[in-house]
Design a binder for this molecule. Structure first.
Ligand code: PCA
Length: 330
């Protein structure tokens, strides 16, 4: 049937509106993350994206770009702030130079178990959220890494055994600790770690059993000292304007999936810690507790770093620290 010209035009216009509507009814977000696809943080995030997809019947599609493939670890935060990516994952302490509050969970021996780490997050969450909010970023959820230890080529009895050694660091706080050990910090992101070890850019490392496993530490390193010095946290941040642009139901779906991801992530992190340490042993790494002397050295460094942190973090920091200490009686 041939429509009269004016009607035909209207039909085309309506069809065009229909198409535009269909296209805008689906929102697509890119989500850069720094860690490998098989890491438990990334798997948790994939599940988060899947949950959002399901809850919104495909209205919000989040594509996860793992391993620093879309933006490198140290570029992700700025990309989300600038809207080049809508959502992303970072390690909070990677941003420690921007605000001392971001360094809190990487102070040695302040919070060393999952229970303490949870209490520290509860005491600091509101402040951390406020700091990110000032940068146009909304915190969706945060999940800790397993406790941190030291990887080395040779045995360690005291921190002096690492004097002058190039140790890989992932944040300004870790770099400060390495400096206080009399060693040389070299910043290397997780995605480049295997190569940095293979080429001798660094010959020791401070991280969890998880990242030791991901980077096949046993290929270059022999010892893992299970110091359990702190549990740094990752955080998933969304550009606030992009979040606000979603309809209410979609916002709620994101918030709900985020709360589920946070609960699931904490549980998996804790449960998988033992498995990760076992993999190091299976690959012939010597897994040992720190000697009394090494532990004493590191606790001393932790005390010094707590003081330094308080000087920078001021009254805000003191209040958070007091609340934390009160909750764990530490
Ligand atoms: N793994 C990350 C951060 C802390 C951790 O356990 C890394 O080494 O980069």
């Amino acid at each position: 049937m041939k429509l009269p010209a004016p009607l035909c035009k209207t039909a085309i216009a309506l069809a065009t509106i229909g198409l535009t509507f269909a296209a805008s009814a689906q929102t697509k977000w890119d989500m850069p993350t720094p860690y490998p696809a098989t890491n438990f943080h990334t798997e948790n995030i994939q599940q988060f994206a899947g949950d959002v997809d399901k809850a919104t019947a495909g209205k919000l599609k989040i594509t996860v770009h793992a391993n620093g493939a879309l933006f490198k670890a140290n570029e992700i935060k700025r990309a989300v702030q600038g809207g080049q990516a809508q959502i992303g994952e970072i390690i909070i302490s990677g941003a420690a130079n921007e605000d001392p509050l971001f360094a809190l969970d990487t102070i040695p021996f302040l919070a060393t178990s999952y229970g303490e780490s949870k209490a520290l997050w509860q005491a600091s969450r509101a402040k951390v959220e406020e700091k990110f909010a000032k940068q146009g970023l909304k915190v969706l959820f945060s999940v800790p890494w397993p406790p941190q230890g030291i990887y080395s080529k040779g045995p360690l009895n005291a921190s002096a055994d690492l004097k002058g050694v190039k140790i890989r660091s992932y944040s300004p706080t870790v770099a400060r600790m390495i400096e206080l050990m009399g060693a040389q910090p070299v910043t290397v992101q997780a995605a480049e770690l295997t190569q940095a070890l293979a080429t001798g850019v660094v010959s020791a490392n401070i991280t969890s059993a998880a990242t030791g496993y991901d980077s096949k530490s046993w290929e270059q390193l022999t010892y893992y000292f299970d110091v359990q010095a702190w549990l740094p946290k990752n955080v998933v941040l969304v550009n606030q304007k992009q979040f606000d642009a979603l309809d209410k139901a979609t916002q709620q779906a994101v918030t709900k999936a985020a709360a589920d991801a946070e609960a699931r992530g904490w549980k998996t992190s804790e449960e998988k810690t033992i498995w990760y340490v076992e993999q190091l042993k299976k690959n012939n790494m010597k897994v040992l507790p720190p000697s009394a002397e090494l532990k004493k050295d590191l606790v001393g460094i932790g005390d010094k770093m707590t003081k330094e942190w308080l000087e920078k973090a001021g009254a805000d920091g003191q209040a958070v620290l007091d609340a934390y200490r009160k909750s764990v009686k530490k």
